[in-house]
Design a protein. Structure first.
Length: 128
């Protein structure tokens, strides 16, 4: 029985590694934030575009990285209300102070372990 449990724990760890590697490999910016708008995870593309280290992005306010923080906040609230949003357009502030038009899609993820906890996974693509 213990061997079976260890195998399933190893399989779970492998699945977690696989999932994390997929997120890291994305060319799109991926950000996860909670209902208070606090960033809880980002991929490498978010770090590279903003120029902010991952450790500083995590724990910061999501909306502060946009030229219109109020619109970003309204978009985040809309995601939690509607459960998903497509093609929400904003301008991201990059590490050089420039503005990058982005369009984001987002959906709510509910943590099964903590039934009342919800997170938004946001995927931003660069608008042309």
């Amino acid at each position: 029985m213990k061997e079976e449990m260890n195998m399933s724990e190893e399989e779970l760890r492998e699945l977690q590694r696989y999932t994390r590697d997929l997120i890291k490999a994305s060319l799109d910016i991926m950000v996860t934030f909670n209902s208070e708008g606090i960033i809880i995870d980002v991929n490498q593309q978010a770090v590279e575009v903003t120029g902010v280290p991952r450790e500083k992005l995590i724990g910061s306010q999501f909306k502060q990285y946009f030229t219109d923080p109020d619109r970003a906040q309204r978009g985040a609230e809309l995601v939690f209300k509607e459960e998903k949003v497509w093609d929400y357009e904003l301008e991201l502030i990059n590490h050089e102070g420039g503005h990058i038009p982005v369009s984001w899609n987002a959906s709510v993820y509910r943590d099964r372990a903590v039934k009342s906890q919800a997170y938004t996974l946001l995927c931003m693509t660069f608008s042309r």
